[in-house]
Design a protein. Structure first.
Length: 147
């Protein structure tokens, strides 16, 4: 079975560790790639610099509060790029602001999830994301945009 490639764009090391732990648990085969700012996310997706050999992710987990380029800017770039726009983007952030929710959906986020503060709930949320997006949803082929 080919692994599902997941790109986590998150600058909080604790949240990265929790997400990694949650995604490693279970029988679903995935590879987690992590970048910690918006510019690195776009370099990863565009195979620039040290990311020339990076795989194309099947799913992106995107925080909004990022250094160098915020999550909304990253989302806007992804969804306006013909080669990237069909990659599902799950917003996973601490923000519960209605404006953030509305603006990310207007930028075509696939879903918006507020990070729970409780450790066990955070693990459950990430596991639920993995289960839904990897076992229930049919992801687009990992070969770029339809020509």
């Amino acid at each position: 079975m080919t692994p599902i490639e997941i790109l986590l764009v998150e600058d909080n090391p604790g949240d990265v560790d929790l997400a990694r732990e949650a995604l490693e648990n279970g029988k679903l085969y995935n590879t987690l790639h992590v970048v910690n700012d918006g510019e690195a996310a776009m370099a990863f997706l565009r195979h620039e610099g040290k990311y020339t050999d990076a795989p194309r992710p099947d799913l992106i987990l995107l925080d909004l509060n990022l250094p160098r380029k915020n999550g909304q800017e990253v989302l806007a770039e992804i969804k306006s790029d013909e080669e990237l726009k069909c990659i599902p983007v799950v917003i996973l952030t601490s923000s519960k602001a209605e404006q953030d929710i509305l603006s990310t959906y207007n930028l075509h986020a696939n879903c918006y999830i507020s990070k729970p503060i409780d450790l066990d709930q955070f693990l459950k949320v990430v596991q639920a994301i993995k289960t839904f997006w990897v076992t229930i949803v049919k992801l687009p082929p990992n070969n770029g945009a339809i020509k």
